[in-house]
Design a protein around this ligand. Structure first.
Ligand SMILES: O=C(O)[C@H]1O[C@H](OP(=O)(O)OP(=O)(O)OC[C@H]2O[C@@H](n3ccc(=O)[nH]c3=O)[C@H](O)[C@@H]2O)[C@H](O)[C@@H](O)[C@@H]1O
Length: 431
């Protein structure tokens, strides 16, 4: 005889029948109906919670415009993985502008020695974004995750510091370029002023606070005529809006050091060049034009004096950046409040041997084995300075900084990279 259980729950699906008039069944039906209702309510609540959570992560994932794609469990996992250190006392560094020229090289060097690195970049189109994407995939091949987002996105920054405990921030994201400031002045304010403040706000509120190393510029010396340029020289005569925003950055970082106890190191880079460089810079655009048989414009100063730059090779700059991170000392603030004095430092990172622009051109001609078509033009009043020359004794003493690559050697490496990246074979494009 089948048991009650068997009758009510036959093993064959579809044969389930309930005799509603059976007293036992009436009782069961009431119970079952309430169980079903509960079951559906539970399902409904689970669905509601799930959609709330995914909505939250969608909200998290965007700026207030709900447009940028960041956030979510998988994204956080990638962040943590990328930030993991692989050496005792390794650093965990947030590198802003990681898909930029200096950012890419610094990120790779940190990763190579076992530090954790998370990149941040907005991939803007100031110059060819495909070069930035190529740098990103180089970083990804080395296990470095680059978040696509803007410095001005405070929620994103807060989230990054929530997910990862960064010991350091290497702040290299900026609107670069001296002459472009006349075309698009607001982009300099957006990145170099507003973006910097948003980043410092996030750093000051982080617990623990990271130490900050950031890129200033040799352009802050502006119209200074005393050579070589020392950190104590006057920097109150900027010649371009770009220089003015970098100078403002030095003052802004000082206040965050003073009020909140953030450890700050500002690095005044001197015309950095090398493989994976910036296409807007003279050595890069000259190379492109010379190879394409197009003319180049070489600016000259007053009285036909050649312009000169203390061109500095990227590998030397990277050593200066790593030396700065290693010696920065801790920030002292907690819960947004300073608990003691923290380091505030500024260093020149140059090569200490200026080279004129016509000499730069003749070195390129030699390496490319092509003669340049030169248009010599008087320097327009567009923010340029006639020369730069770094005194690096402070950096040498404090960071162990010692540049070792001269322009001839560095440009040879750049040209080799350029020809291979853009598909040239013996100076001819490969079809
Ligand atoms: O070190 C710095 O402070 C700055 O170095 C470079 O600025 P700049 O030195 O002007 O570098 P380039 O734009 O590559 O110019 C180098 C030299 O070539 C000259 N030049 C540039 C472009 C051109 O078409 N012709 C030309 O003769 C410039 O006048 C300058 O003397 C970077 O672009 C800045 O972002 C950086 O902050």
């Amino acid at each position: 005889m089948p048991s009650l259980q068997d009758e009510l729950f036959p093993s064959t699906p579809g044969k389930f029948k309930i005799d509603r008039n059976h007293p036992m069944n009436r009782h069961f039906h009431r119970c079952f109906a309430s169980t079903t209702t509960m079951f559906f309510w539970a399902l409904f609540l689970i669905a509601l919670t799930a959609s709330y959570l995914s909505f939250q992560s969608f909200v998290d994932s965007g700026s207030r415009y709900f447009s940028v794609s960041w956030g979510g469990i998988q994204w956080e996992k990638q962040l943590r993985h990328s930030a993991q250190t692989h050496r005792p006392n390794g650093l965990s560094v947030l590198v802003t502008g990681a898909a930029g020229f200096v950012g890419t090289h610094v990120s790779l060097a940190l990763k190579k020695r076992g530090d954790g690195v998370v990149g941040l970049d907005n991939f803007n189109s100031y110059y060819d974004p495909s070069l930035k994407k190529a740098r990103k995939s180089l970083l990804s091949d080395h296990g470095i995750f680059v978040v696509h987002g803007d410095l001005n996105d405070a929620r994103l920054l807060e989230k990054l510091f929530d997910v990862v405990v960064f010991s350091h921030v290497m702040h290299l994201a900026a609107q670069a370029g001296v002459r472009y400031a006349m075309e698009n002045p607001n982009s300099y304010v957006h990145s170099n002023i507003a973006g910097l403040v948003t980043l410092l706000e996030a750093c000051k509120s982080a617990n623990p606070q990271p130490a900050v190393v950031w890129a200033s510029s040799s352009s802050v010396y502006g119209l200074n005529e005393k050579v070589p340029f020392s950190e104590s020289d006057r920097t109150d005569q900027p010649a371009s809006l770009y220089a003015a925003t970098k100078k403002a950055g030095e003052e802004i970082t000082h206040t965050y050091n003073h009020i909140y106890g953030l450890s700050i190191t500002g690095l005044r880079f001197f015309t950095v060049y090398g493989p994976w460089g910036r296409p807007d810079m003279a050595y890069f655009s000259f190379t492109r034009n010379i190879l394409q048989g197009k003319p180049i414009t070489v600016f000259r100063g007053k009285n036909r004096v050649d312009l000169a730059r203390d061109f500095t090779y990227i590998d030397d700059i990277v050593k200066g950046c790593l030396g700065s991170l290693d010696t920065s000392g801790k920030s002292t603030g907690s819960g947004g409040k300073k608990t003691g004095p923290a380091a505030y430092r500024i260093f020149n990172l140059g090569n200490t041997s200026p080279v004129t622009v016509p000499t730069l051109v003749s070195i390129l001609e030699r390496h490319l084995k092509v003669k340049a078509k030169k248009n010599m033009v008087e320097m327009p009043g567009n923010g340029d300075v006639p020369f730069t020359h770094a005194n690096i004794s402070s950096a040498r003493k404090e960071l162990g900084y010692k540049p070792t690559t001269d322009l001839q050697t560095g440009l040879k490496k750049f040209v080799r990279w350029y020809l291979s990246y853009y598909g040239y074979n013996h100076g001819k494009p490969v079809n």
